[in-house]
Design a protein around this ligand. Sequence first.
Ligand SMILES: Cc1cc2nc3c(=O)[nH]c(=O)nc-3n(C[C@H](O)[C@H](O)[C@H](O)COP(=O)(O)OP(=O)(O)OC[C@H]3O[C@@H](n4cnc5c(N)ncnc54)[C@H](O)[C@@H]3O)c2cc1C
Length: 412
Amino acid sequence: MTIADETTSTDTPEQAEFRAEVRAFLAANAKPRQQASPWALNVHTSEDEARAAFERGNAWQRTLFENKLAGLTYPVEYGGRGGQPWMESIYREEAADYDVSVGFISATMAMLLPTLMKHATEEQKAYFIPRMLSAEISVAQLFSEPGAGSDLASLACRAVRDGDEFVVTGQKVWNSMAQFCNWGMLLTRTNPDVPKHQGITFVMVEMSSPGIEVRPLVQPTGASHFNEVFLSEVRIPVANVIGEIDGGWGPARTVMSNESAFIGGGGSTMALFDKLLLLARQFGVVDDPMIRQELAVTYTREKVLGYVGDRIMTAIRKREMPPVDPSILKLYIAESRVQSGNLGMQIGGMAAQAGDAEETIWMEHELLNRYGVSIGGGTNEVQRNNLAERALGLPKEPGYDKTTAWKDIPRS
Ligand SMILES: Cc1cc2nc3c(=O)[nH]c(=O)nc-3n(C[C@H](O)[C@H](O)[C@H](O)COP(=O)(O)OP(=O)(O)OC[C@H]3O[C@@H](n4cnc5c(N)ncnc54)[C@H](O)[C@@H]3O)c2cc1C
C-alpha cells in the first residue's frame, strides 16, 4: 500500500507521510478500541485499579517517547520531535481508533512543559523536559491549601532558606494523583514581609524527600483522586526553583493559564452529544421540542469548544500568545457540562436518579460530576474575574491585601 492510499484528502504530502508513520506505529504497538458499551464508566473502584491505570498511561507515554512521538512540538534537544502543531491533531485522529491513553500525566505535562519552556533555566529544561516526556518523572500539582484555593496567592506553606536549600513546612490539599507521582510542582511562601503575590517561590520537589507525607482522601468509589500533602521541614535544593526566588507567581500563572486551556481544549471535552441523542432515542423523547432544543445546544457547544480549543492549543504548541484568554474556554466547558448533565436528567426523568440499569448509573454519574469542572483549575467566579481584569481591562477587585505585607493580612 502506498502512502497516497492512506491519506485523507486534505493532507499535504508532509502530513500524509506523518499520518502513515503514526498508523504504522499504532498498528504495531496498540490494540484497536473494542466496541464498549456507550454507558461504560471510566471510574476506578479501588486504589490498586487507579494505580494500574496511572502506570498504564505512563507506559504508553514511554512507548511514544521511544518512537519519537512524544512532545511533538517540543525541541529535539529536550527530547521532543521539533514538529508542527498539526502533528498533534493527526496523532489524536489516528489514536482515537485504538485503546491507548496517556492518562493523568497528560494534564500535568500540558501545564508544566510550557511553563518550563518559558521560565526554567537551560539546565532545568534539559533535566526535566526529556524525563517528563519519557514519563520517568510524573508531576503532581501542589498549589491549593486549606486556606488558599481561589485566593491562591494567600498561600502559607513556608520556605526558609538555609544555604543552598530551602526548608519547607506546610500543608497542601486537593492534590490530584499525588500518591502516584514522583515529583511535585510546589508553591511556597519565601517572603512574608511583602504583598502576597510578591513573596511566592515555585519549586520542583521530589515526592520521596524526607518530611513529605501524602494522605489520600478516599472517595465513596474506593479510590482516591485527591490527596492531602503534609510537608515537615522538607529540604529542597535552591537549584530546583523555577523562575526567580519570590517571583513564583509568574510561573504559577503560566501553569494556571495552560491548565484552563487543557481542561477546555481537550482534557475534559467529552463527546456527550452522541450519548445524549442515543439516550433520547432510548427513552422515546427525541421528538420532544424542548429536548431537541437542548440537544441542539449541546451539539453547538461541543462544536464551539472544539474550534476554540484547537485555536488556543495550536497557539500554545507554537509557543505564541493564545488568541483568546483560556479562561473563556474553561468557563465555557464548565457551563457546558452543567447543561449536558441537566439534559441527561431531563431525558431520563426519575430513571436518571434511581435504578441499576447501565444508563441510569451513567446519568447519575453525569449528574454528580457536572460541577467538578466548575471548581478544578479555578472556579467559574475566578475565571470571570480573570476575564474581567485580563481580557476586558476592568479595575481589579478592591482589597487592601494587594498592597499589605502577607504577614499582616488577617487569616482564620
Ligand atoms: C477535580 C479537581 C481537581 C483538583 N486538582 C488539584 C490539584 O491537582 N492541585 C491543587 O493544588 N489543587 C487542585 N484542586 C483544587 C482547586 O484548585 C480548588 O478547589 C479551587 O481553586 C477552589 O478553591 P477552594 O476549593 O479552596 O474554594 P474556595 O476558594 O474556598 O471557594 C469557595 C467559593 O467561593 C467563591 N469565591 C472565592 N473567591 C471569590 C471571588 N474573589 N469572587 C467571587 N467568588 C469567589 C468560589 O468561586 C467558590 O464558589 C482540584 C479541584 C478539583 C475539583
